[in-house]
Design a protein around this ligand. Structure first.
Ligand SMILES: [Cu+2]
Length: 735
């Protein structure tokens, strides 16, 4: 496809009018789909979708548009859409806000108190949700969905947030001084705008944590179990969604090493008016089998007073940069795009967020010195995401192209192309790709090196210096150290995206930094993303380091490989299930161990590794025309080979990972252990449009002990309570 996915600014008036009319027509179908008035199956049956999942190229007739609109142009794919308006002259005129840190509160402040099993106290249910009575907590009831080992890991800290409609932030807590936040005064209220000169987003255009921006950050440390209480305050009426987004949510702590009841299972979603208690014990992998007496000082956590508390588990499994986001079945892309995405920094003895403590364990990465742990002064979370908006400047999403959704507006921390003031010293940037379908690849405008220290949640065995990053797929996190001491005060340098898209299938082309800066790409998100302004010398000398050894990989060589499995990710999938509650149809699917290429059904068990074993999984891209960033929940994997060869694995993928870009026509072979926790987990494409349509499989850990049945019953949530059904299907090679 060579046509641009967004029409250029100089498109003819009639082109723009046709495109806008087509967008309006399509919006009617988007609404009907998002409200559940019509199913995708019906749209295919009516010929509105082709078998490939694209909107059929038919003009005029649209069952959702009244006859008065029948002359409003043709529906053509690919039409492109008009460019998002109002951006001229706004690049690098607003400061980039640091993340808004969610307060850590005493567990005793939660009312009602958290409990091991779901709290099934009844309350009135909104008539828009069917009325009657339903439980206050949306977590499925009973022992299987009880927090595993809740008494062994009682929560020590609580974080409470709600999912809500766009509103103004009046309690911004960046947890850094204003001078390290571009001078932003946190006492000033922050309206929900992508730039001060752009329109305020309507309540149902954006749905975020606590209904506001900047995006939220949670900070926690190993050995300190967190209870994250998530309230759903979205509109009870499913129609009140601004045209996209679903008011049911399930919150995935990506890539938490937690029990499945806390993993945000795609079928364990909860409704407006309910909360869900997520118990994040924050333990090292191997907690129950390696270093059980907690004697190894490398397996440790800050004690709050300059010292360490040793914890059980394998210190080689220490994790750092996570994020959490919605995982609602078949609505993840819309909900994450709409604002359901936050970051989560985990601190440890090794990576404690204090650069001055010199105890032989602390890696002393750029962070700060004020607090014992978790200093954010020079440790900066960055969330990259592309957005689009309609002619009124309200956020816009088009679910019709099942190849993926690509926006034309580049945002960093939900701010349109901002600037960020830095001191002449080293900084750590934890960069999350929070897009729906867009990959990034970036470097500094002057060609200077950046040092990659982490990939996904994990510090690398060794840092890697690069002038341009690898492609960073959706949901991947890359942590970098950039040393600004080489610049002079008054200098500017830009973070430049060079990864060009023409559609949501895969990157079309990687430009050079020079070409991206010269504006040679038609993709409006290629070029400068973020401007660094070097503004002063640090008041205190930079004490941070980037050691040559960070975190070596866990040694799995003595653990036998119990099973090998092959998952092929491709298009042209079919649906074997007829269960409308658990299954979905779309072009995308997964073929397990040579079986059929199947659409997602969260009632189908596709793999069931034995608790305590190690397996080797090969993830295969079934086609050359697209890429898939595949995410496997719960366990960190080590990449053994790309396209069958270990020599194809670049240095920055030689640590642990949780998202694996397959590359067009490629394959990735990984190894993982299954331990510590049980229950049902998932594996899926993190191009969330692919995931939703319907490239996702459920796997579960077999034999994790009571109360785990194998296979597990499937939860079926309703506002009046969650029921369970037996699995729809067990793949022949699952057990
Ligand atoms: Cu994909």
């Amino acid at each position: 496809m060579n046509r641009p996915f967004f029409l250029p600014e100089n498109a003819s008036k009639s082109q723009l009018k046709d495109a806008e009319n087509a967008r309006k027509n399509r919006l009617e179908i988007v609404k009907a789909l998002s409200w559940g008035q019509v199913s995708r199956r019906e749209l295919i049956k009516w010929g509105l979708f082709t078998s490939a999942g694209l909107l059929a190229p038919i003009g005029g007739l649209n069952p959702f548009v009244s006859s008065s609109h029948a002359d409003s142009g043709t529906i053509g794919i690919p039409t492109g859409a008009p460019p998002s308006p109002g951006l001229n002259g706004l690049a690098f005129t607003q400061p980039m806000p640091r993340f808004d840190v969610l307060p850590r509160i005493p567990v005793s402040a939660l009312s009602p108190a958290p409990q091991a099993q779901s709290n099934q106290t009844m309350q009135l249910v909104d008539p828009a949700l069917g009325g009657g009575y339903g439980p206050i907590e949306g977590r499925p009831p009973g022992p299987i969905w009880a927090h595993q080992r809740f008494n062994q890991f009682p929560p020590q800290v609580a974080v409470e947030a709600f999912q809500g409609c766009a509103s103004t932030n009046t309690s911004y807590k960046p947890n850094v001084s204003s001078s390290l936040n571009c001078g932003i005064d946190p006492s000033q209220s922050i309206p929900l705008k992508f730039h001060p000169s752009l329109p305020t987003q309507g309540p149902n255009a954006v749905w975020t944590f606590n209904g506001c921006i900047p995006p939220k950050l949670v900070q926690a440390r190993y050995g300190e179990p967190v209870l994250f209480r998530h309230h759903n305050q979205l509109p009870a009426d499913v129609i009140q969604n601004g045209g996209f987004g679903r008011h049911t949510i399930s919150t995935h702590e990506h890539n938490g090493h937690h029990g499945a009841e806390n993993d945000g299972f795609t079928g364990a979603y909860f409704f407006p008016g309910q909360f869900y208690d997520y118990h994040w014990p924050i333990v090292l992998g191997g907690h129950f089998s390696i270093n059980p007496a907690a004697t190894d000082p490398y397996a440790s956590t800050p004690d709050g007073n300059g010292g360490l508390i040793k914890v059980p588990g394998d210190w080689h499994e220490t994790m750092s940069t996570h994020w959490f986001h919605d995982h609602m079945f078949s609505f993840t892309s819309q909900n994450v795009y709409k604002g359901n995405a936050a970051m989560f920094n985990i601190y440890s003895g090794l990576d404690r967020g204090n650069e001055s403590i010199n105890d032989g364990i602390n890696l002393r990465l750029p962070s700060g010195t004020t607090n014992d742990w978790g200093n954010l002064d020079y440790d900066v979370n960055l969330m990259l995401s592309d957005k689009a908006w309609d002619q009124n400047g309200q956020m816009y999403f088009d679910i019709f192209n099942f190849d993926g959704f690509i926006g034309d507006v580049m945002t960093v921390n939900l701010a349109y192309r901002p600037f960020f003031e830095v001191e002449r010293r080293k900084y750590r940037f934890r960069i999350l790709n929070a897009s729906v379908s867009r990959f990034f690849k970036y470097g500094l405008s002057d060609g200077s090196t950046m040092i990659q220290i982490a990939n996904d949640g994990n510090l690398l065995p060794h840092p890697v210096s690069q002038t341009v990053s690898d492609e960073q797929g959706i949901a991947e996190r890359y942590d970098w150290v950039i040393d600004f001491s080489r610049y002079n005060i008054g200098d500017k340098v830009w973070l430049v995206n060079v990864c060009e898209h023409q559609d949501g299938k895969k990157p079309a082309k990687d430009r050079t930094v020079a070409d991206a800066l010269a504006g040679k790409s038609p993709d409006p998100c290629v070029g400068k993303m973020l401007e660094f302004r070097i503004v002063r010398n640090p008041a205190k000398a930079d004490q941070s380091q980037v050691p040559n050894t960070l975190i070596p990989n866990p040694d799995l060589s003595r653990i036998p490989v119990t099973r090998q499995r092959v998952f092929e990710f491709g298009s042209g999938a079919s649906q074997s299930s007829t269960n409308p509650d658990t299954s979905f149809v779309g072009p995308w699917g997964v073929r397990t161990d040579g079986g059929q290429m199947l659409n997602a059904d969260f009632g189908r068990v596709s793999a069931a590794p034995q608790f305590g074993t190690r397996e080797v999984w090969t993830l295969v891209n079934g086609g050359g025309g697209w890429d898939h960033p595949i995410h496997i929940h719960f366990e960190e994997g080590q990449v053994l080979a790309r396209n069958g060869s270990a020599s194809n694995v670049p240095a920055w993928e030689q640590g642990r990972k949780d998202v694996y870009r397959l590359k067009p026509g490629g394959s990735v072979t990984i190894t993982m252990q299954f331990r510590d926790w049980g229950g049902m987990y998932m594996e899926h494409c993190h191009n969330t449009v692919h995931e939703d349509n319907a490239m996702l499989v459920r796997w579960e850990i077999n034999g994790a002990g009571a109360p785990f049945l194998n296979p597990l019953p499937t939860p079926i949530p309703t506002p009046q309570g969650v029921t369970f059904i037996p699995p729809d299907e067990i793949a022949p090679t699952a057990f």
